[in-house]
Structures are given as structure tokens and as C-alpha cells.
Design a binder for this molecule. Structure first.
Ligand SMILES: [Zn+2]
Ligand SMILES: [Zn+2]
Length: 368
């Protein structure tokens, strides 16, 4: 069967059988079967989904990572697992790499990592904990890009993701009768004050950043009770890890200030924290070579800066010796990532497979 048809077959199967973070059981089984048939040494985990598969032997170890989870979202009025972030495409392309590399001569080990739970922001951390990137020298990832960033037929050797954090908070004030506002600490006052002050945060405007309240809840069915308790959620973005630190520090100052002024108690926790991309020139150079060989120099966007995030960057934060980059692939993706009806030109699957294969080969070649 031609690689193009094979990629589509993988893609359709994985798309139809989408599974959410940490529950990618059937997905892992499918990947395992395909990779075992191709002669890869497959390693699964006894306490979580995902796997890694090796081909070849010895050093260097060059790895390619795909994320494997879908999102839980409303599609046509029903909630379901839905691959609207393109992780089904990433898996298909890396299965394509597995197939293409079968007939190549190289010295070293090709490691294919199929990582669970990217959308939860903690899948990469679990893989690191398992030690599977311990001896890896180069690590590549790939992500479909929305049409607003790049069109079909264009790719970038590096996606410069920003850092992202999500915060959950609880306000503890004092309930009171609607007629006696002087006896209360109104959670709505507390949260709207926080929100106003968050919008006043100033950090270097040359570094893209934002902090927003994305969830707010207080009060019950009785409109004559002033609610003392409430919950809020925040989403923080910054293009650099340093700017993110500054945002977090300022947010903490605001919380402390509002607690003192309004007399509330606030508990909060950072529920997700994804670091910004750490760029490696050597890895980017190999990816650039791979892209040039497949779609030509003229279709390379040197750097793709995006406010989105990916837990891929934990690999380099936790293992600074890793030389890594994530390739951005243009595919006319509309209306956008995480949109319930996200779709893209599936001809990009073959392009992505070829780019990754050429990138990996360029990497092995340079180590000899
Ligand atoms: Zn996503
Ligand atoms: Zn994604």
C-alpha cells in the first residue's frame, strides 16, 4: 500500500476512536500493534497509557514524539472525545516515520515516543519520570498549525510556544442578608476587584503576555443572600519563562492586597503550568534541512511565534542537555485548533512524515 493511503488509514482509525487524556487505552493498543508489525521494540507502561518504540541500536538516540490524547468537548450537541488539536495527525505522521525509516541505513537508535495527556499538561512529565528521554540526544515534535499562522505547503523548523499557566482559586468571605451589606465580605466584590486589578498589570509590552479571569462562580438560588464564598479561574500567558514569573508574582501581590483590603481569605493553586519553548540551534538546523528537502527553502518560515502552549517543552526544561525542536506544519487548518469542527488538508500528513524522516536522517548523518 502507498504511504499516503496508509497514513489516511491510520488517521481515520485514530480520529474515529478518539480518547481523552490518560484514557488512551485503545489508541495505545493500536499503536503497539502497528509498530510491532514494523519490527519496532515496543515498550508500554504498567501504570499509564502511551508507549515508546525503538528501532536500531546504540548511540546516538534520536527521538520523535507524538501526543496521543483528544479533547472532551461538545460536538453537535453531545459531549465526546474529539481530536480537534490534530494529535491523531501527529500519531499518523510518526507511524509514517516508523515505516519510512524501516528501509534506511543509520547508526544509532530511533526512538518513537507516543506521549499521553498533552492536553492536561502533565503527560510529558510522566514520560520524563519514566526515564525514557534519559539518553536521548535529539528530540523532535510536530504540530499542525492553524491557517492564521501558516498555509498548506509551508512549515517552520521551530514553534516558539509561550508559557501558559492556569489557576484555580476559592474566596472565603462572609454570607449575609441582602439588607445588611455592611455585615458581609461579598465574594463577588472580591473577585471583580481582583479582575480589575489583573487588567492593570504592567510588564514589558515588548514581550507578549496576558492574564484573564476565565471562570467565576458565586451565589446560590436566593437573590437576597450576599454570597461570601466564590470560585474563580485564571489563564496566564507569556512569551518567555521570565515574563511568566513576573506575571505570577504580580498576581500574588494582587491577591494579598485584595485579601487585606476587603477582609477575605483566598486559597489558590496553579493547576497547570507549561513552560515556554527553549530553542536549540542544532536541532532547528536539522529540521530546516528536513523541510528544505521536502518542500523547498522558499516554503520555510524561519520561526513561528505563537501564544499557544505545549507540554513538549518540559522535556528540555527538565533535561537541559536535550537538543529539541517542534516543527510547525501548515495544512490549511480551519477554523482553529480546539474548534469542535477543526479540519485540515490531509495531504499534509505525507509532507509531515517526509519532513520528520528527512530531519531524523539529517541528524543521524551528522553524528557519524
Ligand atoms: Zn491542544
Ligand atoms: Zn496539541
Amino acid at each position: 500500500m502507498k504511504i499516503k493511503q496508509e497514513l489516511l488509514q491510520h488517521f481515520h482509525y485514530l480520529h474515529e476512536n478518539a480518547e481523552v487524556s490518560w484514557q488512551e487505552v485503545n489508541t495505545t493498543q493500536y499503536l503497539k500493534e502497528v509498530l510491532s508489525d514494523l519490527g519496532y521494540k515496543v515498550n508500554t507502561f504498567n501504570d499509564c497509557t502511551g508507549l515508546y518504540a525503538d528501532f536500531g541500536q546504540g548511540n546516538p538516540i534520536v527521538a520523535v514524539r507524538a501526543d496521543i490524547d483528544a479533547l472532551w468537548q461538545e460536538v453537535d450537541g453531545c459531549f465526546k472525545a474529539n481530536h480537534s488539536c490534530g494529535h491523531d495527525a501527529h500519531m499518523s505522521m510518526i507511524l509514517g516515520v516508523a515505516k519510512c525509516m524501516q528501509h534506511e541505513n543509520f547508526k544509532g537508535t530511533l526512538r518513537l515516543i507516543f506521549q499521553p495527556a498533552e492536553e492536561k499538561g502533565n503527560g510529558a512529565l510522566k514520560m520524563i519520570e519514566k526515564g525514557i528521554v534519559e539518553d536521548v540526544e535529539y528530540l523532535y515534535g510536530i504540530h499542525l498549525r492553524p491557517i492564521q499562522e501558516i498555509p498548506f505547503g509551508v512549515a517552520s523548523p521551530v514553534i516558539v510556544h509561550g508559557a501558559g499557566q492556569m489557576v484555580d482559586g476559592q474566596v472565603q468571605g462572609v454570607d449575609s442578608h441582602g439588607a445588611r451589606p455592611h455585615l458581609t465580605v461579598n465574594a463577588i466584590d472580591v473577585m471583580t476587584t481582583i479582575n480589575e486589578q489583573l487588567n492593570q498589570i504592567r510588564i514589558d509590552p515588548q514581550i507578549p503576555h496576558s492574564i484573564k479571569m476565565t471562570y467565576i462562580r458565586a451565589g446560590g438560588d436566593s437573590r437576597n443572600i450576599i454570597p461570601g464564598n466564590g470560585q474563580f479561574g485564571l489563564d496566564l500567558r507569556a512569551q518567555t519563562n521570565e515574563a511568566m514569573q513576573e506575571l505570577v508574582q504580580k498576581f500574588k501581590q494582587i491577591i494579598n492586597g485584595v485579601c487585606t483590603t476587603l477582609g477575605a481569605t483566598i486559597h489558590y493553586s496553579i493547576i497547570t503550568a507549561m513552560p515556554a519553548a527553549v530553542q536549540n540551534e542544532q536541532a532547528i538546523q536539522f529540521a530546516r534541512t528536513g523541510i528544505a528537502e521536502v518542500i523547498g527553502e522558499q516554503n520555510i518560515i524561519p520561526t513561528l511565534i505563537t501564544s499557544g502552549g505545549d507540554d513538549f517543552h518540559f522535556y528540555t526544561i527538565k533535561k537541559p542537555q536535550l537538543k529539541a525542536t517542534m516543527i510547525g506544519l501548515g495544512c490549511n487548518l480551519t477554523p482553529g485548533l480546539h474548534h469542535p469542527y477543526m479540519s485540515f488538508n490531509t495531504d499534509a500528513l505525507e509532507i509531515g512524515t517526509n519532513i520528520l524522516t528527512k530531519t531524523v536522517l539529517a541528524t543521524f548523518r551528522a553524528q557519524q
